[in-house]
Design a protein around this ligand. Structure first.
Ligand code: ATP
Ligand code: MG
Length: 362
């Protein structure tokens, strides 16, 4: 029995009828400390829900096969973990009379569920406000404003804007899910970064000029191409440059510069660094770690006025992850913001072709 539970990766204890832990495997000792062996299990599993579950299991100890389960949260300074605790009595003749208590770490499952709930709540909330506006104006146009030509034009303009906002949200959600789905496969097409940047700037030229901004692009002549996905990289710089125009416009100037670094901590081989810098209002550094979260906006009202939903940087982060690169954000209200995109220059090893005789070199 001892050897058996030691071979299991998750915490398992054998607890005698009198509540004393007869054996605890290494994972259980890691979780509860070395003194768990020989201790009273009730002293360790004290949270009310787990304690009640244990009492039920001890009361039905002669009814083997019926599992009892409860959820337990362990709070440690570094992190909080959530466990599913299961107690089951062994059948007579199993070589041990008592309960087998096992713990299963469900922290990730719970976190994923919470994330999914938040996501659905956020999407519904974002879709609800334009829908409310649209429904309101449709009713007005059907009733009071039916014959008012001037009001009709004005309302139709607002309706078109709200519909465009919903389309934008749906497009962003689709591109986020597409990038997430392909994140494990690193793209390998050679991409010329000057093309990417020039295409991005050309597409955003009307907004840049409209905001009266000067744009300075500094690239070395010998910029290498990097392995990547052209369209996704355009999307990265489109989102970054659009943000610089929207939130950094007060600075009057945007600088984009590229450079090859011979090495960069945490990344393989030489790295292409492209920085997008504005000299606008910046953000308080406390917000920086959260900027790439979906739907996170520092100033909700301001971003919403500009038609933003807070998905732009989440998409940027996923695309850069897919390229095995890194995004570094520096910002403060005095100097403005710099978004640095770091992308490895060397191509990934070709995928293994099972038909070829020689294994791919690394
Ligand atoms: N250059 C910048 N200067 C100041 N704040 C910025 C800058 N870039 C992003 N932010 C802040 O980060 C938030 C998140 O940016 P993100 O691009 O993800 O969303 P958004 O621009 O609000 O909406 P979307 O990009 O989906 O249209 C913004 O709402 C803004 O508060
Ligand atoms: Mg944005």
């Amino acid at each position: 029995m001892r050897a058996l539970i030691d071979a299991l990766p998750e915490p398992v204890m054998l607890v005698a009828r009198n509540g004393v832990v007869q054996a605890a495997n290494q994972a259980a000792a890691d979780l509860f400390g070395p003194h768990i062996q020989g201790a009273r299990v009730r002293a360790y599993l004290r949270q009310p829900e787990v304690a009640a579950m244990l009492e039920g299991a001890f009361a039905l100890i002669d009814d083997p096969g019926r599992p009892h389960a409860a959820r337990m949260v362990i709070t440690e300074p570094a992190a909080e973990t959530t466990w599913q605790v299961t107690a089951r009595a062994l059948p007579p003749g199993a070589g041990f009379a008592g309960l087998v208590i096992s713990l299963h770490d469900i922290s990730h499952r719970e976190a994923a569920e919470a994330q999914r709930r938040d996501f659905v709540a956020n999407v519904s909330h974002e879709l609800r406000s334009p829908l409310t506006v649209l429904t309101g104006f449709i009713e007005t146009l059907q009733g009071a404003a039916a014959r008012d030509e001037h009001a009709r034009q004005e309302f139709l303009d607002i309706m078109a804007r709200e519909a465009a906002r919903m389309t934008g949200l749906v497009q962003d959600l689709l591109s986020l899910s597409r990038v997430e789905a392909s994140e494990r496969i690193r793209p390998r097409d050679p991409v010329a970064m000057d093309d990417v940047l020039r295409a991005t700037i050309a597409a955003l030229r009307p907004q840049i000029d409209g905001a009266g901004l000067a744009l300075d692009l500094t690239l070395p002549d010998d910029l290498p191409s990097i392995p990547g996905d052209h369209d996704q990289l355009v999307q990265v710089f489109h989102n970054l440059l659009e943000n610089a125009v929207k939130y950094g416009g007060a600075g009057g100037r945007i600088d984009i510069s590229g450079r090859v670094l011979r090495a960069c901590p945490g990344l393989e081989g030489p790295v292409l660094r492209v920085s997008v810098t504005d000299h606008g209002d910046g953000v308080d550094p406390i917000h920086i770690p959260r900027l790439t979260e979906r739907f996170y906006r520092v100033d909700r009202a301001r971003s919403r006025d500009q038609g933003g939903t807070g998905l732009g940087l989440a998409i940027v982060k996923h695309i850069i992850n897919r390229h095995r690169g890194r995004l570094v954000i520096r910002s403060n209200p005095e100097t403005g913001s710099t978004f640095e995109v770091l992308l490895p220059c060397t191509a990934p090893a070709p995928p293994h072709d099972p038909g070829s005789a020689t294994p791919p070199s690394r």
